[in-house]
Design a protein around this ligand. Structure first.
Ligand SMILES: *Cc1c(COP(=O)(O)O)cnc(C)c1O
Length: 379
């Protein structure tokens, strides 16, 4: 055991803010005229929020605590979208008092709460959009079909609320740009039906779902822009378009630095145990049935390679990260392993289950942006 000194190093998630800025700029140039509201749940670190705010980005929230984090960085509540379709009543009241005026919903029950806690608010009906499987399936819970949405918008008007927009979310890490087509057709249908009732929408919310690059290729952002631009042009009348990217803006900026706490051979298969697993930072491994392939590298960078099952530190077998990952054949306790693409939906999900710490976040700038890092990584 020559590397005992490496053990006290706690796990760390390093966020390259230059890469967040680059992702944001690429995003807005691919979707010209579409306002970008960052879905802060995927990584609400204040430096990320502050950077996106400084670049002109806006935000999407689900709770009163998320709004507080935005007030702390000086964001204007009037530019914030409250996009959780079902909100606790006190959170609505708090957001309304602070100046948030646009709220998503998909039920009459929510309209009743909004009418009480945010009288006169602009409401955005959430449409269902889960016909195509995405890389990290996140849909199936929210949204109604377009006919139901018509009924709900008329119900909103009866309650003194303002029928204002339609929203959907195609599912996270959506690798098919044409996934936006069918929901936008449904928005068009809704607009036509409401026009007959003298209700005209002012906003369509394209949601999130735009992908980040893990191991393997993703379509260029321009392909998403082309599909969406064409579908928006087909709507019955022009409306303002907004979107709510989360993962696409921050995932690639994150690199998780972990330590190998031990290796083992079980039933002829090699295992590498890291100090981070599904429960203290890599929950999406569990959510995707270990299909999300983070780019991985190890500190030995040995020429001789072998396949390992990469798992976490707890006694629960559910915290495995990825199966059959290629690493240095002589990997052992104390070595460092980095996982790329870990800027989104990692530390936010982390618990201290079994007593293992969540990684601390450190934001950096001025690091050379690696553009061809695939060669150094293997998955
Ligand atoms: C989580 C969420 C997003 C962001 O999704 P990504 O797949 O990370 O882009 C956007 N909008 C809403 C309403 C969400 O709940």
């Amino acid at each position: 055991m020559d590397r005992l000194d490496a053990f006290p190093t706690p796990p760390e998630l390093v966020i390259d803010l230059d890469r967040v800025a680059a992702a944001y700029r690429e995003f807005i140039s691919a979707l010209p005229g579409v306002a970008v509201h960052y879905a802060m749940k995927c990584n609400p670190h204040p430096e990320i929020l502050g950077l996106l705010h400084a670049l002109g980005g806006r935000f999407e929230i689900a709770s009163a605590a998320e709004l507080d984090a935005l007030l702390a960085i000086g964001a204007d509540p009037a530019q914030v979208l409250s996009s959780n379709p079902v909100k606790p009543l006190p959170h609505i009241a708090r957001q309304h008092a602070a100046g948030v005026w646009r709220y998503s919903f998909d039920s009459e029950d929510e309209l009743d709460k909004l009418a009480v806690a945010a009288p006169g608010a602009a409401v955005v009906v959430r449409l269902a959009a889960h016909q195509i499987r995405s890389g990290v399936p996140s849909e199936g819970k929210f949204g109604v079909d377009a006919d139901h949405a018509v009924t709900l918008m008329l119900a909103a008007r009866e309650r003194g609320l303002r029928p204002y927009g339609a929203a959907f979310h195609v599912g996270s890490q959506m690798l098919l740009p044409h996934a936006w087509r069918a929901p936008l057709r449904a928005v068009g249908y809704l607009m036509s039906k409401l026009a007959a009732e003298d209700v005209f929408l002012q906003m369509v919310n394209l949601g999130g779902g735009f992908p980040a690059r893990y191991t393997g290729k993703i379509p260029p952002m321009a392909d998403y822009g082309a599909v969406i631009g064409a579908a928006l042009a087909d709507l019955p009348y022009p409306v303002a378009a907004v979107c709510e990217p989360g993962r696409a803006l921050v995932a690639e900026a994150g690199t998780l630095h972990t330590t190998v706490i031990g290796t083992a051979v079980r039933g002829g298969r090699r295992w590498a145990h890291l100090d981070v697993g599904a429960f203290n930072g890599l929950m999406e491994s569990l959510e995707t049935g270990n299909e999300l392939r983070f780019p991985v590298a190890d500190s030995r960078a040995g020429a001789a390679r072998d396949r390992f099952h990469l798992t976490g530190p707890t006694c629960d077998s559910q915290d495995t990260i990825m199966f059959d990952v290629e690493l240095s054949a002589d990997l052992r306790a104390g070595d460092r392993v980095t996982l790329g693409g870990t800027g989104a939906y990692t530390t936010v999900y982390a618990s201290r289950f079994n007593g293992f710490d969540a990684p601390m976040i450190r934001c950096v700038t001025g690091v050379a942006i690696e553009t061809s890092d695939d060669a150094a990584y293997c998955g």
